[in-house]
Every structure is written in C-alpha cells, then in structure tokens.
Design a protein around this ligand. Structure first.
Ligand code: MN
Ligand code: MN
Length: 278
C-alpha cells in the first residue's frame, strides 16, 4: 500500500485534514509559492507560538485535526488532474480539507472535486485580485483565471469576493457576466459580516493583506486589509465551512517569515472555524 493510502485509512468522518499543495507552475508573474507549505509548517510548529486558535481549539491535541503533509507531484503528472483526484479521495472520507498552496491556480481543481460531493458551495474569496481573467498570457489555467473557470462551469452557488482593489474593465465585465458579488476594498467596512445559507468554501489569497502586513507575496498591492480584519472575517462566518485554501504566500519575498506566520495564524483560525461550524 502506498503511504498516502495508509494516511487516507486513518481519516474519520468529521476530521479536518491539512494538505500542502506545493505547486506554482501557473503563476503569472513570479514563482515561489510552491515553497510555502514547508515554510508555513516551519513557523506553525516552530515553537514561537502555540497551536491554539484564539477561541481555544488546540490543533496539537484535537483529534479532529490531521496534518497529512504535502501532495507529491511525480514528474510528468498532470498536476491539476492530480490535485482534483487527491481532493476527491479525501472528500470520499467525509473530511473537510484545508489546502496550503501553492498559487491560486489550485483552487479550480479543488472546486471541481468539491462539486462532485456538494451541490454547489458558496465561496468567500479574499484577494486583492478578482482572478476572473478569461485567459492570461494565453493561459486559461493561470493563477489570474481560476474564478472564471469555476463560474463558467457552474461550480459555485455564490461567489463573494472581498478585498478586491485591481479591477480592470475586462474583469468588471466578467464579474457582471457571472453575477459575482464583489466587495471592493474602496467600499469595505471593517465590521462586515456575511449572510450565507448553506455550506461555505473559503479561498484566501495572502495578497488580500496590505503588503505592510504580508510582504511575502508575488503581487504587492497596496491598500489592503489588516491581519486583524481578515481574522475578524474568518471568525464571523456563521454557516458551516466545509473547506478552504490559503494560497500565494511566497517565501522568496518573506525573509523574516512574517507572511508565513500570518498564514499559519489564518490556518489555525480556519481549522477552528471548520470544527466549530460543523
Ligand atoms: Mn488570487
Ligand atoms: Mn491575489
């Protein structure tokens, strides 16, 4: 039996499984996010903080949390199909998945897997960018495109985007075409809460944070959210969260590990939200 099947067999319904997806080949501007899962784990488990969420769920002791390590990409494998198939295998075990990217291109195959299990999820997408390009530099699978693919294939009941501050006319037209609910940064209210019915998937691009809080991303886009504002959003989702990803942390631009630590903090809070909301 391969090691991953053994891991699968240890999973029980209701668990939250963390899996690294170290893959950044569809990054449109700069490579680096493939190194994020290792770096985020290094700071998460590095001893400078503990493994508790702010409401006291201890990832180090809670039997519902399981870190599965990183997905491996054998040479020549179709990476996106491999991601989709792995997620499907995990979802067959009735677990929730928190994926650590990698770049944002991984969200499309993840949502394809979720759509086989759930009847269209609501997505909360936190990002400086809408990622709605029909294609980017001739690549329809670019990290600038995942939400165009997701909406085209009808994989979401609602797509609510928060923190957006880079909309051009093409992406504005795409958002209108797909009925995307966009909460742009220029209109963002810090006390915003979101009214959802039905299960939710959270897709968190680290560049939603202002570069002052998270310099370790490929696309520095000033005028973003604070770490606290993102935590407030995560802690105030009042509907079951069944999956999430944290993407676009780029360790090559993060010499002090500040961005990796922010990602580790979000990881703990998202796991706590998944556990509490289900
Ligand atoms: Mn993105
Ligand atoms: Mn982004």
């Amino acid at each position: 039996m391969d090691p991953f099947s053994e891991v699968l067999n240890q999973l029980r319904p209701g668990m939250v499984s963390l899996i690294g997806v170290p893959w950044d080949e569809n990054s449109s501007f700069m490579r680096g996010p493939a190194r994020a899962p290792a770096r985020i784990r290094e700071v998460l488990y590095g001893g400078s903080s503990n493994l508790c969420s702010e409401n006291g769920i201890d990832l180090g002791a809670d039997p519902r949390f399981r870190d599965l390590g990183d997905l491996e990409f054998p040479s020549g494998v179709d990476a996106l199909a491999h991601i989709e198939e792995t997620m499907e295998n995990l979802l067959d075990r009735e677990v929730s998945i928190l994926s650590l990217g990698g770049d944002h291109a991984i969200t499309y195959p993840i949502m394809k897997a979720y759509n086989k299990k759930f009847d269209k999820l609501n997505i909360i997408h936190l990002d400086a960018h809408p990622d709605l390009y029909d294609e980017y530099e001739s690549n329809r699978l670019s990290n600038a495109c995942p939400f165009a693919r997701i909406m085209e294939e009808n994989l979401a009941a609602r797509l609510v985007q928060v923190g957006i501050r880079t909309v051009n006319p093409h992406q504005r037209a795409q958002a209108d075409r797909f009925g995307v609910e966009m909460i742009e940064m220029r209109r963002f209210q810090p006390e915003a809460s979101f009214d959802f019915r039905g299960p939710i998937y959270v897709s968190l691009d680290m560049d939603v944070l202002d570069p002052a809080f998270a310099p370790g991303v490929s696309h520095h886009e000033p005028g973003g959210l604070s770490t606290r504002e993102v935590l407030h959003i995560i802690q105030n989702i009042h509907a079951p969260v069944v999956g999430a990803d944290i993407v676009e942390c780029n360790p090559t631009r993060d010499p002090l590990g500040i961005t990796a630590m922010a990602a580790a903090k979000f990881l703990k809070e998202i796991v706590a939200t998944i556990i509490q909301s289900n």
